[in-house]
Ligand binder design. Structure first.
Ligand SMILES: [Zn+2]
Length: 182
């Protein structure tokens, strides 16, 4: 996996695309939460769930279905009251779906581990993209503080950082040109 830092950084770059006005701080926190939550699946290792299981690492929590559910969940818990139209449900859920699914997309571009179970629970198959520029980062926190962990983090942040920069700039112009803050 890229580290939580990489996933969170990309989520920050998506925030100009939030389909509603204002609320930048809560959007930042929720976007970063959506992009990092899938890796909580590593907790399953403690309960005897194996990596390759549907509930294992890069399994269900990295799937497209999970991202859809996250999007809808965030809408109902945090936005429904103020944004109650059907189109709000669709656009806000879509936004948080993208934040969440970005996690699996980056994981599928890493050099190690098992692939991502995008279609769980319908298919247990694991996928990688053919383009995999992100070195896999250590699963435990201590390894981050070794020079090996640091060199991996730098490489990962460079790739995700450059991508995030372009996404954020596009988002900024999209918001200025097309998004009506009514
Ligand atoms: Zn992951």
């Amino acid at each position: 996996m890229p580290s939580a830092f990489g996933h969170a950084l990309f989520a920050v770059s998506l925030t100009p695309f939030r389909p509603y006005k204002g609320n930048l701080l809560s959007t930042l926190l929720l976007s970063m939460a959506c992009a990092t939550i899938p890796d909580l699946d590593v907790l399953g290792f403690n309960f005897g769930i194996r990596y390759a299981d549907m509930l294992g690492h890069r399994g269900f929590s990295h799937s497209i279905l999970f991202a859809i559910l996250m999007g809808v969940f965030v809408y109902f818990f945090f936005y429904k009251e103020e944004h109650s139209k059907t189109e709000d449900l669709i656009s806000i859920s879509w936004y948080f779906f993208i934040c969440t699914v970005s996690h699996g997309l980056f994981d599928a571009m890493t050099t190690g581990g098992l692939g991502v179970g995008f279609f769980i629970p319908f298919s247990g198959e694991r996928y990688f993209f053919s383009y995999r520029p992100i070195p896999v980062s250590p699963l435990n926190m201590q390894s981050f503080f070794t020079s090996y962990g640091w060199s991996i983090l730098k490489e990962e942040l460079l790739f995700i950082g450059i991508l995030s920069f372009f996404v954020a700039v596009s988002g900024y112009f999209w918001r200025r040109l097309f998004f009506k803050e009514t």
